[in-house]
Design a protein around this ligand. Structure first.
Ligand code: SF4
Length: 698
């Protein structure tokens, strides 16, 4: 019988501590349970985290594959890696700018760091992303602008201290069950309340004391209306604002009048007043993809931060708290050299670049000047032929990006290397497939959404011919740039030591977090500059505030609502929005065997169905946007406002419809809103009318 291994759940960024035991025969984790000793979760876990760990769905990749005669065929590692290295070397003979690398928040810190080191220091490419621009980039950009550093100021310890829990564009009942348990526990105490802002009635919204339903894409108008209401009522924390912030007057001057903003958002004045009232109590403002995945995602996240600053809701028991989806999204941000160098070192700052190049022993001139575009921009440059080779690691852009048909065509036309544990729509487009070990089989560390670094341990052997991400990356790296890494197999601890050294003295200081300390304490929050320290509420020491901005003050913003990028028209009279289902994860490659087999089930109001009765055949209909058509099953649901079509994100077909317009500040796509029509299944509506979209088509 194998021993129980203390480790971390990799299903979502709550980062619960697990105990896992490997199978006696074969591969895989046979049992998992919550770890009572883990400081993030104290033994709590959710069923889906256990289920996906012990019994994941999806088709496991166990052998390297190469495309021959149009089909993917098994091969050996030497052949697969030889082809990959040869194509990378050929591309590099032109320029480092000809290789794109797409990583993810599903990797360990060690693998994410190594991939960033290879992409930036080995290849020298600006075309590198770690999935941030598909989920957290708007929140990250807002934090940097307001505070000079990324990551939420509060921790989980603040949840029971708050009275008001304001959940905005997030559905943690489905996406973050353990965190949601803490929130509802606190909200159900005397004086507690749960307010939910969401265009549709989600599982979370159905529990709320008040559910406010703005039109999709109008969150910024609503946030500004609430702020204007707070000012009207003189509910401003004047002393905090005067002492610790900058830009308040400019922000006030920029505010719309409340009635106009309320009308834009489609929300009553009474609801706006209720939110303003609630903010007078200690409030945590949580938000998710409903805010981030918008052309105004950064501006909206900043408006939510403004609400906290103006009302004095910064400090223990309150504050802005973005909810992270992927388990190690924060680790990718801290370690992987995507938007900043490790430790949130500013990307273009000369001393940082020298430090990183010196640490990696690569020429300073090789480091790219810019962090590059996000996923959407990278795919566009692939389409234009400006990139020769694309390498995806633990990510599924062929299903997860907007305008997915276009993305698939671009990936199929490119030389694509897909490294993953499970078969996916992206793997189907690949020329070479590198099978990777997954959680339960890999060693390393991850960082949860409250900045807690936690060990990931291997309870089981990986199946077949799979290898850990770290070893695949190092092997490719050393073939392309000899000496960039130690000879594989790499010791994850030695890689983490490099991360500690490079983050020492930075805003995201991991220097005091060693594997030895994690063996004793299981998880430690950054910043932790030494072996005794641990991060708590950020920017706040002994009653004093200090931010990483040039002024040392937290900054207000001035953006106001603009029209949605693709308003409804006569030809496309309905609004599409997307959301999560409780039992499925992202594009569904490991959460449900049937996730991509069946049709998506859309939810719409009975009045919407009534308006288009001729478009249904036994509950089946076709949804069409300017980019594609999708056959769907229909669920009549009066929790969805009339005129809105809600579709789950977990089926690859969804993104045939969604819009690739991006937030100009964060590069995050506008996945939550676009215009559609519905029509009968017998007539696939592929006569796309592109005439009236207010965004540039490709
Ligand atoms: S809440 Fe998230 S991290 Fe915790 S057990 Fe569930 S899936 Fe895993």
């Amino acid at each position: 019988m194998n021993d129980w291994q203390p480790t971390t759940c990799m299903r979502c960024a709550v980062g619960c501590g697990h105990l896992q035991r490997g199978a006696d025969d074969g591969y895989g984790v046979s049992e998992a349970r919550g770890n009572p000793a883990h400081p993030a979760s104290n033994g709590l876990k959710c069923q889906r985290g256990i289920q996906e760990t012990v019994n994941p769905g999806g088709e496991r990749l166990t052998e390297p594959l190469v495309r021959r005669g149009g089909t993917l065929q098994p091969t050996d590692w030497d052949t697969a890696l030889g082809i990959v290295a040869a194509r990378f070397i050929e591309a590099l003979s032109n320029s480092g700018d000809t290789i794109a690398v797409l990583g993810s928040g599903q990797q360990t810190n060690e693998a994410a760091y190594a991939l960033g080191k290879l992409a930036r220091g080995g290849f020298g490419t600006p075309y590198y992303d770690a999935n941030t621009t598909l989920c957290m980039a708007s929140a990250v950009t807002a934090y940097f602008q307001a505070f000079g550093s990324d990551a939420p100021p509060p921790t989980y310890e603040d949840i029971p201290k708050a009275d008001t829990h304001l959940l905005w564009g997030a559905n943690p009942a489905a996406a973050h069950p353990v965190l949601y348990h803490w929130i509802t526990n606190s909200a159900s105490q005397e004086g507690g309340q749960l307010l939910v802002v969401d265009p549709v009635e989600s599982e979370t919204a159905s529990d709320a004391d008040l559910h406010i339903q703005p039109e999709p894409g109008t969150d910024l108008a609503l946030a500004r209306a609430v702020l204007a209401c707070c000012i009207d009522r003189d509910a401003i924390a004047t002393e905090f604002v005067d002492t610790n912030t900058t830009g308040f007057e400019r922000m006030v001057d920029s505010l719309p009048d409340i009635e106009t903003a309320a009308t834009q958002a489609g929300v009553s004045l009474a609801d706006i007043e209720t939110i303003a009232d609630a903010l007078t109590a200690p409030t945590l403002v949580y938000w998710g993809m409903g805010v981030n995945q918008s052309v105004q995602g950064t501006a909206t996240a900043r408006a939510l931060i403004d609400l906290c600053l103006a009302t004095g809701n910064l400090g223990p028991g309150s504050g802005p708290f973005s909810l992270t989806g992927q388990a190690n999204s924060m680790g990718a941000r801290v370690c992987s050299s995507k938007g900043t160098w490790p430790g949130q070192r500013e990307f273009t700052e000369t001393e940082n670049r020298k430090r990183v190049a010196g640490m990696w022993d690569v020429p300073l001139s090789r480091l790219p000047e810019s962090p590059g575009p996000g996923f959407v921009g990278i795919v566009d440059d692939l389409a234009r032929g400006e990139i020769d080779v694309c390498w995806t690691v633990a990510t599924n852009p062929a299903a997860g990006m907007p305008d997915a048909s276009y993305v698939r065509t671009v990936l199929e036309d490119s030389f694509l290397v897909a490294q993953d544990a499970f078969y996916s729509d992206t793997v189907a487009c690949a020329d070479v497939v590198l099978p990777a070990a997954t959680w339960g089989e890999s060693e390393g560390t991850v960082i949860n959404m409250e900045r807690r670094v936690s060990r990931l341990t291997a309870a089981a052997d990986p199946p077949g011919n799979t290898r850990p991400d770290l070893d695949i990356i190092a092997t490719i790296g050393n073939r392309v740039e000899p000496g960039l890494f130690d000879d594989p197999p790499l010791d994850p601890e030695s890689v983490f030591e490099e991360v500690r050294e490079l983050t020492a003295g930075t805003k995201a200081d991991l220097a005091g977090i060693s594997y030895g300390r994690l063996a004793d304490e299981l998880a430690v929050r950054w910043p932790a500059p030494d072996a005794e320290s641990e991060g708590g509420y950020r920017y706040y020491t002994d009653g004093n505030w200090s931010f990483y901005t040039d002024s040392g003050l937290a900054g207000f913003s001035t953006a106001t609502h603009s029209t949605v990028p693709e308003p409804v028209t006569e030809s496309y009279p309905l609004t599409l929005t997307t959301g999560r289902c409780a039992g499925v994860y992202n594009t569904g490659v490991r959460s449900q065997e049937s996730a991509n087999d069946g049709l998506p089930t859309v939810r719409m109001h009975s009045l919407t169905v009534g308006d288009y009765l001729g478009s249904f055949d036994r509950g089946r209909t076709v949804i069409t946007s300017r980019r594609g058509s999708v056959m769907v099953d229909t669920q009549v649901d009066d929790g969805i406002p009339p005129g809105i079509v809600w579709i789950p994100i977990h089926n690859a077909a969804v993104n045939e419809l969604t819009l690739p317009a991006v937030d100009p500040e964060s590069d995050e796509p506008n996945l939550k809103q676009c215009a559609v029509r519905i029509g009968p299944p017998s007539r696939a509506n592929t006569d796309f009318d592109t005439g009236s979209a207010s965004v540039e088509s490709r």
